[in-house]
Design a protein around this ligand. Sequence first.
Ligand SMILES: [Zn+2]
Length: 238
Amino acid sequence: MRHGPTPAAPTAAPTAAAPLLRARVPLTAAHALTALLALTALLALTAAALLSAPASLAAQERPIIMIDAGHGGDDPGVVEGELLEKDLVLRIAFAVASEFVRAGHDVRFTRTGDYAVAWNDRRAQAEEVGAALLIMLHINRNDDPTRHGAEVYFSEELPASRRAAAAFGEAFAAEEIAVLVDPRPFPFLQSPEVPTVMLEVGFLTNPVERRLLVSESYHHELGRLFVRATEALLTPTR
Ligand SMILES: [Zn+2]
């Protein structure tokens, strides 16, 4: 996503990334290895969870959580030094997924590597599998390095997405993470079938948050926060 606009412009439509954000930095071997290790661990966790799942939680009955790592391929998202949003959100996606699997949920990914996925294909993938929730992962930027906190975007017209956004907002606030919950008119947030939240999990331009955003342990903390939000959202209606 474009990360330049401030919350004061909630009706802004998505545009091409600014030239600055188009700078290409190659995926390092370390990044690729980290992603591979995370995926391997996740597959092992998934297998273990499936084997140990009680009959009442058969795979077909468990709600599917679709996890979308933003950007990919030619679109790096936010670039800060050698850090690329597309790589970080993929690592976060794997850590988040492992926490969902650990909690007994079924997860899917819109992408598992460094390749492009069209914005609306992400939504379509979630609809195809009948996902209970689509979580779109992003990292923010701002020219002001003191800007910090999380942002949760959703469609104002869709009550289920509004409820999902509120649950994530409450989960961030419970961890004393500053959070803005704000509607956006982006088409990929408009699924009438799958409640969708777009999460800007922090600012890569903020030195404190940058340290957190590259930390695998923080990725897992985010995952546990997302699981709490999701369970608060799904449990009362089931
Ligand atoms: Zn983004």
